[in-house]
Design a protein around this ligand. Structure first.
Ligand code: PEP
Length: 256
């Protein structure tokens, strides 16, 4: 973590929690964090299921904890049954949007091209995009992690002017570490984050790369958050399983 970049700690609740469960967790989270020092120095957000967005936003409004969407469609509106747009996320109070999560790539056939369309849609709104990239276990074992991640970055950013990427947030989430309990070591994560930052410097500019927050995701827990965040290139966390419980997520937010 560098002092020039404000860390972001993001909760991804995936397809968990009814509206009342989400509201209850948000109430607890707000009680645990509101007025404390962590919200002064860190950006904190929760990405509930679409059905709970408005309720969670209502609970958290004024607390400093923001809300984000887990996915979106690239069109503003239209005959796209089952989809929701960037404008609809904004309408529910979202400040952020996750893009290209590995579960979307793996189970819902998202490609770099569709992730790129979504990124361009988000960049035309005030939403802050959190672009997820990461290699699978077999890609890492065959020595292709770097190439895969660079391919995902260049695919997602295709056709986007460097000048429009000032607010981009990247999340490095090795697929083998998501929900498996196998956290990437701080050394591995920091090394990959460094590669992503160098790639951004070449593609955009040194200033843009130095300012871009790169989050780590993959079995982050209260017990390992502090060590991961102590590394120069790790600017926060995207947390799945350990974010479902308000106490556990608040301890990650308050990492030392
Ligand atoms: C995620 O889904 O973004 C994630 C990192 O999950 P987990 O923390 O459960 O590995």
């Amino acid at each position: 973590m560098s002092h020039q970049r404000k860390p972001i700690i993001a909760a991804n609740w995936k397809m968990f929690k009814t509206v009342s469960e989400a509201r209850e967790t948000a109430v607890r989270l707000k009680a645990l964090l509101d007025g404390g020092p962590a919200l002064q120095s860190r950006e904190v957000l929760v990405c509930p299921a679409f059905t709970a967005l408005a309720a969670v936003h209502e609970v958290l409004s004024g607390s400093g904890i923001q809300v984000g969407g887990q996915n979106l469609h690239w069109e503003d509106e239209g005959a796209f049954t089952g989809e929701i747009s960037a404008g609809m996320l904004l309408d529910c109070g979202c400040r952020y949007a996750l893009l290209g999560h590995s579960e979307r790539r793996q189970y819902f056939f998202e490609t770099d091209e569709t992730v790129s369309r979504k990124l361009r849609a988000v960049l035309s709104t005030p939403l802050i995009p959190i672009l997820c990239v990461g290699e699978s276990l077999s890609q890492r074992e065959s020595g292709r992690a770097e190439e895969v991640i660079q391919g995902q970055l260049s695919g997602a950013l295709a056709g986007v002017e460097a000048s429009g990427l000032g607010g981009l947030v990247v999340a490095y989430e090795p697929v083998w570490a998501i929900g498996t309990g196998m956290t990437a070591t701080p050394d591995i994560a920091d090394q990959v984050h460094g590669i992503i930052r160098e790639w951004l410097a070449r593609r955009c500019s040194a200033d843009m790369a130095a300012a871009t927050r790169i989050l780590y995701g993959g079995s982050v827990k209260p017990a390992n958050a502090g060590e991961l965040m102590s590394r120069e290139n790790i600017d926060g966390a995207l947390v799945g399983g350990a974010s479902l419980d308000a106490e556990s997520f608040s301890r990650i937010v308050e990492f030392k």
